[in-house]
Design a protein around this ligand. Structure first.
Ligand code: ADP
Ligand code: MG
Length: 312
């Protein structure tokens, strides 16, 4: 459905996108993961025809976006990083405006109502966009992308700036769109793509460093389990006891404390579940565990892990 070949975009000597190639099949939900400045928005803006490339090829539904931008754009619904909302329009006026711009042929009333329902903005349809919260504005941005029912959906950082409840709602919406659309979404948050996407493409400094099924990336990343554990007990002795647990490779004090409790960060070997031994070891000493949570990796650590693995 989407085919990118040797895409390059440079600004002077700076390569924002540096020889990027990938394909996305019909019905796939693909996550485009990378830190700020990796080249995600540039790539998405080229695929959607908002930006020209320096060289390379981008095709959507077999149509070259450079040769035939109008035809290709009809196949794509795009939520840019900064959605082009007209804040002095009501939601309803704005969606009508988008409907006209896209020369949509579907039944206006029925189609727009359906979109408002799916994106849960029906209750604010007569409000001015300027008076909407960030979460609602984002949903209006998603709604405009859905006008015309395009088979391909491209969302650039759809959950940035939203609160946890809104993030869950938008993720669920994206998942449900994925049932009958081809979707690419970008993010700099690993857990976001893990929870929504079938496949993850990791991009860094304009280059793709991994393109794999989500489960493979998750496996690579979860090799070492890490926990943050809060124990009420004498610091040195607790530290020694944690270090002595089977499979534990490192223990560090995080510096956080509450009365006589300290928070430790521990890391274990692959395939070791330290939680039960940890419980019994602390119980035996009468050191209550006040908190235990697993700690995810940040993107830099994921990169290191993925590149290490590729080098093996
Ligand atoms: P991301 O979306 O992954 O955060 P971008 O695609 O926005 O990354 O940017 C990739 C790189 O290209 C960054 O280093 C950015 O500073 C640079 N860049 C983007 N747009 C321009 C521009 N118009 N002029 C110069 N450099 C740019
Ligand atoms: Mg961006």
């Amino acid at each position: 459905m989407i085919e990118i070949n040797h895409l390059v975009k440079n600004y002077g000597s700076k390569f924002a996108v540096d020889d990027v190639s990938f394909k996305v099949g019909e019905g796939e939900i693909v996550g485009f993961l990378g830190p700020n400045g990796a080249g995600k928005s540039t790539t998405m803006n080229i695929i959607t025809g908002y930006l020209s490339s320096t060289s390379g090829e981008a095709k959507v539904g077999g149509i070259d976006i450079l040769e035939n931008p109008d035809e290709a754009k009809k196949l794509i619904g795009f939520l840019p990083e900064q959605p082009p909302l007209y804040i002095d329009m009501t939601v309803q006026e704005y969606l009508n405006f988008v409907y006209d711009i896209k020369s949509c042929k579907l039944n206006r009333e029925k189609h727009l109502e359906e979109i408002r329902k799916v994106t849960k903005i029906d209750d604010v349809k007569n409000r001015l966009i300027r008076n909407l919260s960030k979460g609602y504005r984002q949903r209006v941005g998603i709604a405009q992308a859905l006008v015309g029912n395009p088979p391909v959906i491209i969302f650039d950082e759809p959950t940035v700036g939203l609160d946890p409840k809104q993030i869950i709602e938008i993720r669920n919406l994206i998942r449900s769109l994925g049932k009958n659309h081809t979707v690419i979404l970008s993010t700099h948050i690993l857990s976001e793509v893990q929870s929504v996407c079938d496949r993850i493409i990791i991009i860094n400094e304009g280059k793709i460093i991994a393109d794999e099924k989500t489960e493979n990336i998750t496996q690579a990343v979860d090799q070492n389990r890490r926990y943050s554990v809060k124990v009420s007990g004498p610091q040195r002795e607790v530290l020694a006891a944690l270090n002595a647990l089977p499979g534990v490779t490192s223990v560090e004090l995080t510096g956080e404390r509450e009365l006589d409790s300290y928070v430790y960060r521990l890391e274990t070997e692959r395939g070791v579940d330290v939680r039960k031994p940890l419980f019994y070891a602390m119980a035996e000493k009468n050191w209550p565990i006040l908190g235990l949570e697993s700690v995810g990796m940040n993107l830099e650590e994921v990169f290191v892990r993925i590149t290490e693995r590729a080098g093996n």
